[in-house]
Design a protein around this ligand. Sequence first.
Ligand SMILES: Nc1ncnc2c1ncn2[C@@H]1O[C@H](COP(=O)(O)OP(=O)(O)OP(=O)(O)O)[C@@H](O)[C@H]1O
Ligand SMILES: [Mg+2]
Length: 377
Amino acid sequence: MEAPFIFGRIATDENFTDRDQEIKHLVNNFESLINTIIISPRRWGKSSLVHKASSIAMQEDRTLKVCSVDLFNVKTEEQFYTVFAQSLIQGTASKWDEAVENAKKFFSHLVPKISIGTDPGSKISIDFDWEEIKKNPDEILDLPERIAHSKGIRIVVCIDEFQNISEFDDPLFFQRKLRANWQMHQKASYCLYGSKRHMMMEVFADASMPFYKFGDIFFLNKIDTEHFVPFIKKRFTSTGKTITEDACRKIVALADNHPYYVQQLSQLSWLRCLSECREEVVIKAHSSLVEQLSLLFTNLMETLTFQQTCYLHAVIAGEKAITNSETMHKYHISSATAASRSLKTLINKDILDSKAGVVSFQDPIFEYWLRHYYFRI
Ligand SMILES: Nc1ncnc2c1ncn2[C@@H]1O[C@H](COP(=O)(O)OP(=O)(O)OP(=O)(O)O)[C@@H](O)[C@H]1O
Ligand SMILES: [Mg+2]
């Protein structure tokens, strides 16, 4: 029997729960062509949410097309242009021969090299000469607007893993170029999201950056217990198994409402029971998850400096005023400067999160492992 939970892939249909408010918000932004930036830590459900909102928006409005551009694995500006053009051409054509035709039609200075897979359903791939792109980047950056005009539609371009642009050779110059082009568009809007919270904040919330005030920034939250409990119950029931209310709440509490971990822990608990899942099963499943991840966590700790480790120790111990001299002495933190440097690096590494001055862990299982296995508090 196939397990009724998924993690690490986009949650759709019966695997997707809640987010009613966020979907409404996003669909409304899409339909009104309002640029949107979604920020949240890793694996809280950005891609799943955008996927869901896109299909609803397109069903509601046939003149609206949502195109997805995934920058996963895109490390250079050159790759960006290729992936961007390909996604736009492919995403706005209903058939592959139309895509081929559009690939020729929408470029005048650039000459795309088009290759097509052997079967008719396969995707086309488009490539350009990098030297030519450097001379005519607008031809690619303005594609959404030009396609929208030509087809009499409106286009929302959703760009996933947007933080990758910070790895390009001259990210600031590139961002200026994007913003200059995109802000002129009347028939196209942009939804930008990515997992590196601190980087997304730098790009979109810093007044000195080109993308400052580019659009509506919304912070995605975790999913409430009240939504997760009936969801877990329903998924168990769909396979003929049951789960107690307490066991459901335990899953959500141990996973700290983190959507990915709630699904993973639900899955592990489901696998461990034959008919009814009780709290004891969840506790065992959680221990096995911690164990399964402990090697990864040990490796992660080895990449940290002594000062960063000390800082984590203080956070785990629940210290609020870490730069207080007594606290620094207790946890071997060498100075207030060292503490603030450690915090900055731990945030950059996506280990800690700081929201309104409150420091928290991004990964609830890592936090548990540190507390019970590493620092043994
Ligand atoms: N609305 C939801 N309902 C139920 N589970 C969800 C939901 N959204 C996300 N999840 C769970 O979280 C996992 C991660 O979701 P998703 O890939 O959408 O997050 P993300 O924020 O895009 O992640 P990443 O930071 O890795 O890009 C999913 O595989 C699923 O297990
Ligand atoms: Mg994602």
